[in-house]
Design a binder for this molecule. Sequence first.
Ligand code: CMC
Length: 434
Amino acid sequence: MADRTVTVTDNATGKKVNLPVLDGTNGPSTIDIGTLYKELGYFTYDPGYVSTASCESKITFIDGDLGLLRYRGYPIEQLAESSTFLEVCYLLLHGELPDRQTFDAFESRLKMHTLLDEKMRRFYLGFHNNSHPMAMMVATVGAMSAFYHDQIDVHDADSRESAANRLIAKVPTMAAWVYKYTVGQPFVYPDNNLDYVSNFLYMMFGLPTMDYQPSPAFVRAMDLILILHADHEQNASTSTVRLAGSSGANPYAALSAGISSLWGPAHGGANEAVINMLEDIVRSGQSVSYYIERAKDKDSKFRLMGFGHRVYKNYDPRAKIIREVCHQLLAELGENNPHQQLLDTAMELERIALEDEYFVARKLYPNVDFYSGIILRAMGIPLNMFTVIFALARTVGWISHWKEHMSDPYARIGRPRQLYTGADQRDYVHIDQR
Ligand code: CMC
């Protein structure tokens, strides 16, 4: 029994139950309600899981009020400043930063898996040219189950490890090929002489007809974007991966479900929606204030995209870092870069919103997606690929959470209950008598 308990009393019957309080390393304590139904016959009701901890986890910590984000205890600012995406992948997967030898071995293991099975090429050919890249990602990552189904035992740690490596290694190839297919260019095979991020950019932008050298500024900016999107505890897509995986489904199928969840504009699709919004503002010639007023109007469906967060009630620490890099990258591109107008509009939007009573009262701040799209656009990444880049980065987060769930001896299939408010029992009436 935990040292601390919370007593719930049913005022109708006077029956009481003591529920244990569990303390984590950081963050609010948690009431273990596992016995509530057995003892009092009640479910709990929490649409959107606002007050619900769905699992115990050691991977990522967020303090939304203070605007803190840590992977395995390391502040995101330190990782962004000094680490690389691949090192962060190792950290998220294994819990510790690797020494040089361990890192090299990890990188070599990933390089053994960068190629896709040649038969996978044919999947791409079945899509319309204008298919959304996220639709193709959902399908092709899910299709990996067909190739590796027999080789995975989800209850075996080594087997889970190889699935994790395979996914982290192959998703960049899949993401780049999705892009190549939509623009009608030949697929570029991975070059294992390149580091992870350069290889991805090479597969995206390389052509058989000419040499392609990714610019160091772009490699660094992409590496940083991947670090910042690598994990974010129990968000919608990660929870989807955990839930799908909890049935024992293979990780490729579970990740495909996670990619579907990420796609929506309230989640990973917001980076695409932000650029659409900024371009609309620039094109319309309307003032930024006009859009702020629309976002506040409850009769309008319009929301300020890239603003607000379920957990952060303070500036999203990732947005702070990205905003800085955005300035640096655009400065490197020169005074008259074509993306400056978008950045200026974004900054004006942020300035007005942060002084506006509506946004202040609701603690709505820019989130990670507010500035990331401007960087991606400046790197020549097309709009419909933005959420794919997010999925590429989040693959390591999803697979780390899947591994954590599968290695938890107390993990059970996820099976929420409901508050049923539909029809009570009634008798069937034949169609002729209705
Ligand atoms: N513009 C205008 N009003 C907003 C916004 C916004 N972007 N976000 C929240 N609100 C208002 C909302 O109308 C509500 O007002 P009221 O209390 O008067 O009804 C209040 O703020 C609370 O909003 P909520 O929808 O209950 O909050 P939530 O925690 O359910 O939703 C959110 C969080 C991120 C879905 C939401 O803020 C939103 O739709 N933001 C825009 C989309 C976006 O940028 N998403 C990316 C999130 S970060 C990356 C990721 O998770 O993938």
